[in-house]
Design a protein around this ligand. Structure first.
Ligand SMILES: C[S@@+](CC[C@H](N)C(=O)[O-])C[C@H]1O[C@@H](n2cnc3c(N)ncnc32)[C@H](O)[C@@H]1O
Length: 215
């Protein structure tokens, strides 16, 4: 049976409240009431909106709440593609983000419908903990990255609070996975990614990595 979180993502009503209610509350939850995650999120949005001719793939884009930021600075042939498997989320995304360089595609993060090495920036924000086989999805993300391209992931990480029985139970009930501290980093290094960096904010982690330019 699918998890509570998975069922919510396919629910049209949830997709309507997600961006303005659930996401801000959830993001705050990730920093355990502090401002770390919000600060990092603001910095990430500014980074994503820098000028450049980039092909950007946002995996599990939800209602497209990074689409406008990621598309704003694009130049030349630059394009933003948001991918999600929820029709409800994509309906919302396409309605709210209508720029010329923005496209949404329905697909599964486990089997991306794109050629290898076809994107300069790949993001997967607040979603990897929902994906049933997250390490296989991470491999797919690195597969579609062009040489020199960057991967940015925001997801959960095991912190002391996650060792509390209630936190574990909540994660179990909702179907959210909590990653071990080096789990994603180890996988990315095994995939020969470079400049693998992790920033931990409460029980959330931001991971940044690059595909080598050669090899
Ligand atoms: C919590 S939302 C995150 C949305 C957005 N990235 C954000 O940062 O707000 C998680 C999204 O992951 C999507 N999702 C979950 N599993 C997926 C999969 N296997 N393939 C594609 N999308 C998936 C859900 O439909 C949902 O829109």
């Amino acid at each position: 049976m699918s998890s509570l979180a998975e069922r919510l993502m396919h629910n049209p009503l949830f997709s309507q409240v997600y961006e303005h209610a659930w996401r801000p509350i959830f993001t705050r939850g990730f920093s355990l009431g502090g401002t770390q995650t919000q600060d990092y999120d603001r910095a990430l949005r500014a980074y994503l909106s820098r000028p450049g001719d980039r092909r950007v793939l946002d995996i599990a884009c939800g209602p497209g709440n990074y689409a406008n930021d990621a598309a704003r600075g694009l130049t030349g042939d630059g394009a933003y593609v948001g991918l999600d498997f929820s029709a409800a989320m994509l309906t919302r995304a396409a309605r709210d983000n209508t720029g010329d360089r923005i496209t949404f595609v329905r697909g599964d993060a486990h089997a991306l419908p794109f050629s290898s090495q076809s994107f300069d920036t790949v993001t997967c924000l607040a979603a990897l903990y929902l994906i049933p086989d997250p390490l296989a999805a991470l491999d797919e993300m690195t597969r579609v990255l062009a040489p020199g391209g960057e991967l940015i992931v925001f997801t959960s990480v095991r912190a002391s609070i996650a060792a509390v029985p209630g936190a574990r139970a909540a994660a179990g009930l909702t179907g959210l996975r909590i990653f071990d501290r080096t789990e994603l980093l180890d996988r990315l290094i095994a995939q020969d990614m470079e400049q693998v960096e992790q920033t931990i904010t409460g029980v959330g982690q931001y991971v940044h990595a690059r595909r080598p330019r050669k090899g």
